[in-house]
Structures are given as structure tokens and as C-alpha cells.
Design a protein around this ligand. Structure first.
Ligand SMILES: NC(=O)C1=CN([C@@H]2O[C@H](COP(=O)(O)OP(=O)(O)OC[C@H]3O[C@@H](n4cnc5c(N)ncnc54)[C@H](O)[C@@H]3O)[C@@H](O)[C@H]2O)C=CC1
Ligand SMILES: O=C(O)CCC(=O)C(=O)O
Length: 313
């Protein structure tokens, strides 16, 4: 018997035939929530990206489902409690996209401090904006990283190559261990007061919801820059908008939003001080190739009761 695995958001090509020997991949890329409810009862496993929500309703219909796989890191689109209640194992591919997200994070920083999108838009409009586009350097600036997981560490490594000073908040790891990576762990208030640029690399969950809110913005340096390539819900969008309008925050680089895609007329993603990208942190050929391989391998291991490579945290 071959395991039936539903793909709701596609899968990059898997070149290892051995990996696919025991599975039948059912590709329904772009499937609607209604269609998902119709087909899920036949499936042994499902592999999703962020677009597809695996809700209690889906899991209740999924009478044959054993495994739900997230082709990527964040499992905030899967109801973990309901999955546990229905006996469905949730797995992800947590290291496949790390480098891509870290590189985008640096890209957003550089875009902001050198006004690259504005400069390019000027050139396209045949305007030579040189005198208006005086930027700053990353060199010797203080980068504040929230979280100290895979992406945070990859960003740290790249920031050190730019000779930045790096402080961190939010890790329960021993301070000496954090220092051995070249970052200084500090309290939340010190973090907010010292950072020239703040970048977020934490999951969205109740404890991190609106971690950056109006109170947090009020404790930051004037002219701070905010980068969010984690989840929209970690930053309170309305508070960020106020801070951009007051000048407290000089600019923001945002890959993620509270609603995706943002509603028509959204003031944050279209703000002139915001460099916005449509959740493309993991959207590279290399990351998707790794994510596809890793998630199929992990889903098959879970289906066959073999040891898993990663634990959802
Ligand atoms: N823009 C994009 O396309 C992508 C975004 N992401 C987002 O980035 C997040 C981070 O990814 P990784 O670094 O791979 O995850 P990770 O699991 O390696 O690291 C998460 C970090 O968050 C910290 N953390 C957890 N709860 C916290 C709390 N309450 N307060 C402060 N820190 C807390 C953990 O200690 C850990 O250091 C993901 O959860 C996901 O939401 C991930 C991949 C792609
Ligand atoms: O492009 C995607 O699938 C979203 C990536 C992401 O946000 C994640 O893996 O947590």
C-alpha cells in the first residue's frame, strides 16, 4: 500500500526516487478550504505551506489522517491542540529555509538604510534623486535580535560580518552560550533602549503576540528601524503605523503582515517609510528544494513510525 499524501501548496521536485517509493502524492495546489474538507477524509497525510489552515474542522473530517506536515518552519496555521486530540502527528522542516530568511532580513536592512527601492523608483521615473538619498552604514550600529533560534543565529553571523554590535532578547539559553556566538543577551528594556535596528525571529504564539506594542515603541531610540520577517502578529500593526507617522520609527522592512495579503488600502504595507515584501523569506529555489525533500522525508518517517529528525517547539 502507498501512503496518500495531499499537497495543498505544491512541492518542489524530489529527485530521490527511493523517498517516493512508498507514497502517492496528490497535488491539489491552491485547493480551497471547502475542497479541502471534501478530499481530506481519504488522506493519510497532508503537506501544507502557510496558506492552508489545518483547523479543528479539517481534522475532524480527516478520519484517516495520521500526519500533517508544514513545508517550512511556523506551524501557527495548524491547530496543534486539535491535532493532538485527533491523534495527528505534526511535523515541519525547520532548517530548510533558514539561510534564505536571514539573507532577506539583511536585504530589508540594506534596502531601508540606503533607500534602494526609492532610488530605483526614481531611476524608473527618470529622476536623479542623489542629493535626497543620504543613507547610513550598518557598520558599528547596534542590531537587536529578538529570539535566538536558527534564523536569529544566521542573521547574527551575517551582521557580525558587517561589523555590527549585536544584542539579543528572548532566549532562555545560558548567557555564556549566547556570548560565544558573538551576541550580548540583555533585558527587554535595555534591548529597546540600545538597538538602532530591531529584527524579530520568534514564532507567533500567545506569549509573543504584539511583543512590539505602543509601550515598547515608546522605549526605543528615536529613528529606530524595525525588520519583521517572522509573523505580522508579533508587532502591533497600528502601533507601528503611529510610530512611523510620529517619526519614532524611521523605517520598517516587513515581509509579514497581520493579514496576508493585506486588505485593500492597508496603510502599513503601502506606507512610504516601509519596504514591504509579500512573505518571500523562504521563497528561493534552494530553500524550497530543501523544504520539499525534508518535509517528505519527515512525513514518511512519521507515517512509518520511524524516529523523527525534528521536534516541534
Ligand atoms: N518570512 C518567512 O518566510 C519565514 C518566517 N519564519 C518565521 O520565523 C520564526 C523563527 O524561525 P526560526 O528561527 O527558524 O525558529 P526557531 O524555533 O529556531 O527559533 C525561535 C526562537 O524564538 C524564541 N522564542 C520562542 N518563544 C519566545 C518568546 N515568548 N519570547 C521571546 N523569544 C521566544 C525561541 O527561544 C527561539 O530562540 C518562525 O517561527 C516563523 O514564524 C520562518 C521561516 C520563513
Ligand atoms: O513561504 C512559506 O511557506 C512561508 C514560510 C514561513 O513563514 C515559515 O516557514 O514559517
Amino acid at each position: 500500500m502507498r501512503w496518500k499524501i495531499l499537497l495543498t501548496d505544491g512541492l518542489s521536485e524530489i529527485s530521490d526516487p527511493d523517498l517516493l517509493a512508498s507514497v502517492e502524492l496528490i497535488d491539489r495546489k491552491g485547493i480551497s478550504p471547502e475542497e479541502l474538507l471534501d478530499v481530506i477524509p481519504e488522506m493519510d497525510a497532508v503537506i501544507v505551506r502557510g496558506r492552508t489552515k489545518i483547523t479543528d474542522e479539517v481534522l475532524t473530517k480527516a478520519t484517516n489522517l495520521k500526519v500533517a506536515g508544514r513545508m517550512g518552519v511556523g506551524v501557527d496555521n495548524i491547530d496543534l491542540k486539535a491535532a493532538e486530540a485527533h491523534g495527528v502527528t505534526v511535523v515541519n522542516a525547520p532548517v530548510s529555509t533558514t539561510v534564505s530568511v536571514a539573507e532577506l532580513t539583511l536585504g530589508l536592512m540594506l534596502s531601508l538604510i540606503r533607500s534602494i527601492p526609492k532610488a530605483d523608483a526614481g531611476m524608473k521615473a527618470e529622476q536623479w534623486l542623489k542629493k535626497d538619498l543620504v543613507g547610513t552604514e550598518l557598520y558599528k550600529k547596534t542590531l537587536g535580535i529578538i529570539g535566538f533560534g536558527n534564523i536569529a543565529k544566521a542573521v547574527l553571523q551575517r551582521a557580525l560580518a558587517f561589523d555590527m554590535k549585536v544584542i539579543t532578547y528572548g532566549s532562555s539559553k545560558p548567557q555564556d552560550e549566547i556570548r560565544s556566538f558573538g551576541a550580548e543577551p540583555v533585558s527587554f528594556d535595555e534591548f529597546l533602549a540600545q538597538s538602532d535596528i530591531i529584527t524579530l525571529h520568534v514564532p507567533h504564539k500567545p506569549q509573543t503576540h504584539y511583543l512590539l506594542n505602543a509601550e515598547a515603541f515608546s522605549k526605543m531610540k528615536d529613528g529606530v528601524l524595525i525588520i519583521d520577517a517572522s509573523r505580522g502578529g508579533v508587532v502591533e500593526g497600528s502601533a507601528l503605523l503611529d510610530a512611523l507617522n510620529s517619526g519614532k520609527v524611521a523605517g520598517a522592512g516587513l515581509d509579514v503582515f497581520e493579514a496576508e495579503p493585506p486588505a485593500a488600502g492597508d496603510l502599513l504595507s503601502t506606507h512610504p517609510k516601509v519596504v514591504a515584501t509579500p512573505h518571500i523569506g523562504a521563497q528561493t529555489a534552494e530553500a524550497q528544494l530543501r523544504a520539499g525533500f525534508d518535509i517528505v522525508e519527515e512525513v514518511v518517517a512519521a507515517l512509518e513510525g520511524k524516529p523523527l529528525r525534528w521536534k516541534i517547539v
